[in-house]
Design a protein around this ligand. Structure first.
Ligand code: ZN
Length: 172
């Protein structure tokens, strides 16, 4: 089932949407090799050190891009998430012709200015990297949020940060 906005797309864009929806995973050739880089991200996020965290994110993004054989993306890390009527901005992917694509991520929530939880932070990074891969790896002319896209995001998150924590059994 495509998301509601699918109906408003042109026929050409619907085709791109459907291609995006059909890809369910990103397979990293050697995720274990990225584990030390993920550990650095966790360390510097908890230490709330912006410069070191930015560098750790850059190295992790480089590792992902290099493993998948796509060009690298520049990471920019900011302090407090921007907030608007629609909510908080977690991350942003920007690609313009002739420039190195950029990913912006924020390390603190707008509401309480708390450091973002580690898994949420890695998910945001994986999300923005998936936008990059839509263009660079899957050669899609446009990057849409489709169910397939969110599956790719989760697949990358699970390869980087491990499977989601098991939910405690619910009382009946
Ligand atoms: Zn997005």
């Amino acid at each position: 089932m495509p998301f509601a906005y699918y109906e408003r797309l042109s026929a050409a864009r619907k085709r791109i949407y459907r291609r995006s929806d059909e890809i369910h995973a990103v397979r990293l050739p050697a995720p274990a090799a990225l584990a030390p880089l993920v550990a650095r991200v966790e360390h510097w996020l908890r230490a709330e050190h912006r410069d070191e965290l930015e560098l750790a994110c850059q190295r992790l993004a480089n590792g992902v891009c290099d493993q998948l054989g796509v060009r690298r993306v520049r990471i920019r890390l900011f302090a407090v998430r921007p907030r608007a009527d629609w909510g908080e901005l977690h991350g942003l992917y920007e690609a313009a012709d002739g420039r190195t694509p950029e990913i912006s991520v924020w390390m603190r929530t707008a509401q309480r200015r708390r450091v973002v939880a580690f898994r949420t932070f890695v998910r945001t990074l994986a999300h923005e990297l998936c936008h990059h891969l839509d263009f660079e790896l899957f050669k899609l002319p446009e990057t849409f949020h489709t169910e397939g896209f969110y599956k790719r995001e989760s697949s990358m998150l699970n390869q980087l940060a491990g499977p989601p924590p098991a939910r405690p059994p619910r009382a009946v």
